[in-house]
Design a binder for this molecule. Structure first.
Ligand SMILES: Nc1nc2c(c(=O)[nH]1)N[C@H]1C(S)=C(S)[C@@H](COP(=O)(O)O)O[C@H]1N2
Ligand SMILES: [Mo]
Length: 260
């Protein structure tokens, strides 16, 4: 019996090793072939070791995850009291201040670029679209984490409301009031937990946490969770935004792919 058990164990260990080798092989294969798939490398690969590290991190995570794999969702009882307000809390843009003074009633979300039918979606229309609520952990790269319940519209539904994307579309660039912008590839855009959140812990999204609408892209760390959303543009290249690396954070040296 003992012998049987131990042979079972070796068999399983071998299988696991083989599985790891298989996945490692696939990873090496597309690294050698120059990472053909756009989903395995950032839009702009930095030079030197940093560039290799960026690509390896992204390729490894993406190769181990299928698109429908969800991050852990917590029990709403685990929600953190006093979720921090981090960095920008109240963009000074005149436009933003005017919208805010009116309770964001006039806020609209233009969805433009490489979509079949560009649209502008009002806040009330956004709230009438399909809805998802998720309790997740926010992990800020600057060393804190906190749990909140987010309610919003899947980003994919918003893109579909604009008639879907054209064949050459590769990235979704999101612009925020206050000057921030971030880009996301279609892998993250179509992930079920990627939502434009207008609710937090059962109430309207508080001002400091990105009112009226912020992004939740749950497999990324803090700085990709864009607040104060102003507009969405579907693009084939990120080179025309900011310094051209695909987001304000990568423009200033952070990783474009901030998978956590
Ligand atoms: N527009 C905008 N989005 C932003 C930021 C910001 O300053 N401006 N800060 C980012 C960072 S670093 C983090 S950790 C989270 C903070 O979200 P919170 O203020 O709800 O805690 O938002 C991210 N999105
Ligand atoms: Mo952050």
């Amino acid at each position: 019996m003992k012998k049987f058990q131990s042979s079972l164990k070796t068999k399983r260990a071998r299988l696991t090793r083989r599985e790891i080798i298989r996945r490692g092989g696939a990873l090496t294969a597309f690294l050698i072939t120059g990472c053909d798939s756009q989903f395995y490398k950032p839009p702009v690969v930095r030079g030197g070791l940093m560039g290799i590290a960026d690509t390896l991190t992204m390729a490894t995570q993406r190769s181990l995850m299928s698109n429908d794999q969800l991050v852990q969702e917590h029990d709403p009882r685990e929600v953190t009291q006093n979720f921090p307000v981090w960095n920008q809390s109240n963009p000074e843009d005149e436009d933003y201040q005017r919208l805010k003074a009116n309770g964001f009633e006039d806020w609209v979300l233009p969805v433009t670029g490489l979509v079949n039918n560009p649209v502008s979606i009002s806040l009330s229309d956004l709230k009438k679209m399909s809805r998802r609520t998720q309790t997740t952990m926010h992990i800020c790269e600057q060393g804190w984490s906190a749990i909140a319940t987010w309610t919003g519209t899947p980003l994919l539904s918003v893109i579909q409301a604009a008639g879907g994307i054209k064949p050459e579309a590769k990235y979704v660039m999101i612009n925020a009031f206050g000057g921030w912008y971030e880009g996301y590839d279609m892998f993250d855009v179509s992930h079920p937990q990627t939502i434009l959140a207008y609710g937090m812990n059962g109430k309207d999204l508080p001002a400091g946490n990105g009112a009226p609408v912020r992004l939740r892209v749950e497999r990324h760390c803090g700085y990709k969770q864009l607040k104060f959303i102003k507009s969405i543009e579907v693009v084939s290249t990120v080179e025309h935004h900011g310094r051209g690396t695909g987001g304000i954070n990568s423009d200033f040296g952070f990783h474009w792919y901030a998978g956590a």
